[in-house]
Design a protein around this ligand. Structure first.
Ligand code: ATP
Ligand code: MG
Length: 364
């Protein structure tokens, strides 16, 4: 998979124009605050995901403008394809290969990309929600139907929580709880199983990448932690049974709290370096390398599952890596289309994209 052309109108500070990147490594070069991350973010939006900076739609539109339009021509599944996004205040509309799509979820999995930016360090540094979002986003890219499983779970969870809040005022409503417990456990078991299988495969690559980045000096371990306390290798029915048992046993607690205290929405990803929790004991460099390894592993998983490598977007990754680590990284990325930002042109490339006050020019 690779981008052939990218067009943007009214996108953040980028001057309206068009870009024809190289099929291999594209170095996006420019001083601070010129628009490098804006360009990376713009490409990422075509995956159907939200801005990795957590930006709202209106923040993506150039100051003083009413809308933004971005268009991508890319090669995937053996043919040329196009994807267009119209961004307006509060919403985004997509057109895939000339056909308007009602929901953004319909474009997920069409254009595959993996992104790493300093914002992604939250994957190690923040709470479990960020890690679950990482796993869910990654699975969605290779299995778009997984997104509907997630929204079904969210809907059941919200309805159960509403019920829990009403029970103190209408105790007879508790009779309906067992049905909700079963639905939540059934849907949750499918999600947990998908996540556990995905992480098991991802961790193999991630551990290998970390070993390469740290030159074999440190060891990364990644494991999925199920809130239902089932073993990693458990099948869906075992996970269902454990989840249901836990929901039933915590029912009184849930009624007192007014929300569901157990379930797949409480699962976590455990990231350890040299057998210590990376969040509490990892150095900045170790945390960065761990996230980078997870992202590279995510790219490898997409390639394995879809038969083609995703586009790799790396923002501000080079500044903290020494020359040999930079070299390791670039070797691992050969064969993929890569966009990598830097302030000074330090890596050899056949394609450099210069960004200056939002104006983009190519040097080949
Ligand atoms: N909606 C918008 N309209 C116009 N300009 C914007 C908008 N959103 C952000 N900007 C501007 O875009 C500029 C460039 O931001 P960007 O984060 O891409 O810089 P950068 O080149 O990645 O810099 P750094 O090297 O510091 O990371 C910022 O100065 C910001 O003010
Ligand atoms: Mg930046």
């Amino acid at each position: 998979m690779y981008i052939k052309q990218l067009e943007f109108t009214n996108y953040r500070n980028l001057q309206d124009g068009c870009l024809h990147p190289s099929e291999s490594i594209n170095v996006i070069c420019g001083s601070n605050a010129q628009g490098k991350t804006n360009l990376i973010e713009c490409i990422w939006l075509f995956t159907g995901g939200r801005s990795f900076r957590g930006a709202k739609e209106k923040e993506l539109i150039a100051f003083g403008k009413e809308f933004s339009r971005i268009k991508l021509a890319f090669f995937s599944e053996g043919r040329d394809q196009t994807l267009e996004l119209l961004i307006e205040k509060g919403r985004r509309k997509a057109v895939l290969n000339g056909v308007p799509r009602s929901y953004l979820s319909e474009i997920v999995g069409k254009f595959g990309a993996v992104v790493f930016s300093p914002d992604h360090l939250t994957l190690v540094k923040s709470g479990p929600e960020e890690r679950r979002a990482f796993i869910d986003g990654a699975i969605c890219q290779i299995q778009p139907m997984y997104a509907s499983l997630l929204s079904r779970y969210k809907k059941i969870l919200n309805e159960r929580n509403t019920l829990l809040k009403s029970i103190p005022y209408h105790p007879q409503l508790s009779e309906t709880l067992p049905v909700w417990n079963e639905s939540l456990a059934a849907c949750g078991a499918k999600i947990t199983r998908e996540r556990a299988v995905y992480i098991q495969a991802l961790s193999v690559s991630a551990v290998r990448f970390y070993d390469g980045i740290s030159k074999g000096k440190e060891k990364l371990t990644v494991a999925y932690k199920m809130n239902c306390k089932a073993d990693t290798g458990s099948d869906e029915s075992e996970i269902y049974a454990k989840t249901l048992e836990r929901l039933n046993s915590k029912q009184q607690e849930d009624i007192s709290c007014g929300y569901t205290t157990s379930g797949v929405h409480r699962d976590d990803l455990i990231i350890r370096i040299n057998d210590r929790d990376a969040r509490n004991f990892g150095s900045q460099g170790q945390q960065r390398s761990a996230v980078l390894s997870l992202k590279l592993a995510e790219a490898a998983m997409i390639e394995q599952n879809k038969g083609e490598a995703p586009v790799v977007l790396l923002d501000d990754v080079l500044s903290e890596l020494d020359t040999s680590r930079q070299q390791y990284l670039l070797t691992k990325l050969s064969g993929m289309q890569v966009f990598i930002t830097c302030c000074e042109k330090t890596i050899p490339t056949d394609h450099c994209i210069m960004v200056e006050e939002g104006s983009i020019s190519c040097q080949t």
